[in-house]
Each structure stands twice: as C-alpha cells, then as structure tokens.
Design a protein around this ligand. Structure first.
Ligand code: FEO
Length: 170
C-alpha cells in the first residue's frame, strides 16, 4: 500500500474513533438530562463509529500497511439542548462526509483503485447517516421547546434504536 494512502486512512481511523467518542459523550449528556431514547440512539451510534474505525483498521493491516492509533482530543461534554446535540451531530457527519471524499480523492491521485472501491461502502454509509440525522434534526426543530413534543421525539428515538439492525462484526 502506498504510504500516502496509508497515512490518509490512518487519519480517517482517528476521525472515526473521535466520532465514536463524541457520540458517547453526547449519549452521556442525554442520559443525564432526561432523554433516555436519544441516549440509546447515540450509544448505538457510538458503536457504529467504532465499527467504521475497525473496518479501516483491518483494511490497512490486510493490505500490508499498519493501522496507527493517534491521540484524541476531549469531546464536548455539555450541551444546551437536544437541538444543540443533533445540530452538532449533523455538522460532524457533514465533516466526516467531506473527509471521506478527500480520502477517496487521495486514492484516485495515487491510482489505488482497490482502496477507492473499498471506500464506496463509506460513501454510501455517509449518505444514509446524513439523511437519518437530517430527519431527526428536522423533527426536533419542528417541536421547538414544546415538552410533550420533545418527550415524543425521545420515545421515537428509542423505538428507532430498538428496531435497528444489529451492528455487523467486522
Ligand atoms: Fe463514521 Fe458517521 O461517520
């Protein structure tokens, strides 16, 4: 594997690991602030990000490179509201989408089409994640500060998490 591709994947490994930590931090805030459904959703999302990280780790190692773990910054632990949490989730997912696109760009520059092909899974995954987060964010924005509406959304997030497919082992 070319070193430029290997380094770019390792940077993505760091970003996916940070995503997992960020969503864990958000889940903790939700759990401590009366949103058990949102907490369940974000705990699961944290596990998904860990799976995204691990999939990249195995890929680098399987292709003769070496996955390297880096230092992670401390994720934000305090949020103003559930709206604030999901606005930040949305913003973070958009950032991850653009970083996956940049990584794909590196594989094209380096003519590493095998890795480019592998990254298609992440490109599709980002479309799905952005769409899910946008739907949740739209609903939260719609209810504003209405407590009954917020309670209903939290229940919905709980049901959504319970119905979600198990996270595949990689
Ligand atoms: Fe792995 Fe949600 O980005």
């Amino acid at each position: 594997m070319k070193s430029k591709v290997e380094s770019a994947i390792n940077e993505q490994i760091r970003r996916e690991e940070f995503s997992s930590r960020l969503y864990l931090s958000m889940a903790i805030w939700c759990e401590c602030n009366g949103f058990p459904g949102a907490a369940a959703f974000l705990y699961r999302q944290s596990d998904e990000e860990r799976m995204h990280q691990l999939k990249l780790v195995h890929y680098v190692n399987d292709r003769g490179g070496k996955a390297v773990l880096m230092a992670l910054e401390q994720p934000e632990g305090t949020y103003n509201s559930l709206l604030d949490v999901f606005q930040k989730v949305m913003h973070h997912e958009e950032y991850i989408t653009s970083s996956i696109n940049d990584l794909y760009g590196v594989t094209l520059e380096e003519k590493d089409y095998t890795t480019g092909n592998f990254l298609q899974w992440y490109i599709t995954e980002q479309i799905e994640e952005e769409s899910t987060m946008r739907t949740i964010l739209d609903k939260i924005s719609l209810v504003g500060t209405d407590k009954a509406g917020m309670f209903h959304i939290d229940k919905e997030l709980d049901a959504m998490t319970a119905a979600a497919a198990p996270i595949p082992a990689v």
